[in-house]
Design a protein around this ligand. Sequence first.
Ligand SMILES: *Cc1c(COP(=O)(O)O)cnc(C)c1O
Length: 233
Amino acid sequence: MEAETDPSGNLALVRERMAKAASKAGRRLEDITLIGVSKVHGPERIAPVIAAGLKDFGENKVQEAAAKWPALRQSHPDLTLHLVGPLQTNKVRDAVALFNVIHAVDRDKLAAKLAGEIAASGRAIRLFIQINTGEEAQKAGVLPAEADAFIARCREEHGLPIEGLMCIPPLDEEPALHFALLAKIAERNGLEKLSMGMTADFEKAIALGATHIRVGTALFGERPKPAAKAPQG
Ligand SMILES: *Cc1c(COP(=O)(O)O)cnc(C)c1O
């Protein structure tokens, strides 16, 4: 289904799909948070969705978010901003200042840096650990076999209150297998939140227990392709 150019109409459609999936799964709609992933889109496209009542938004780059969101937030200080992309340690301070939820904690160096910056800022940042369920070399996230130990280190060594797990399934595999694996790892580690499901597969994610779905295209339309980058030296 093609997303039309009316973002607030799209929001109603996505909420209908969520409601259907939740009801089919015997789950309550209010236990599932819709995150509008607004990466690449400008304020003119985001503002109507804010006006239509969505409270949670996601971005995948700290710098892009820092350029867009302070202005958008001024009239809506109650918005929750989620970082859904990988985080470099040199951007942790900016990320902690801007975001409310970070979905891609995936290594000790990052966990340690986050612990320090969160303590220094006094902000209550909610944290998800990204699991590389497809064991893809190019993808961020902790390998499934290393997940339990990393979750334990985040809690015990870094003192981080981990809230849940996040995954991005490989493009060419059945996402349900990855959602089920993520749910299993969360359950055995006593984690209640699952950030999984995007435009193409969020109904499946809801069926398998998603508490946070990350939806871009169905809300904001197709993303413009980034211009080809000049090779970097
Ligand atoms: C872009 C992105 C999404 C949204 O993808 P759509 O297919 O457009 O819904 C979700 N999660 C992450 C991590 C993303 O980078």
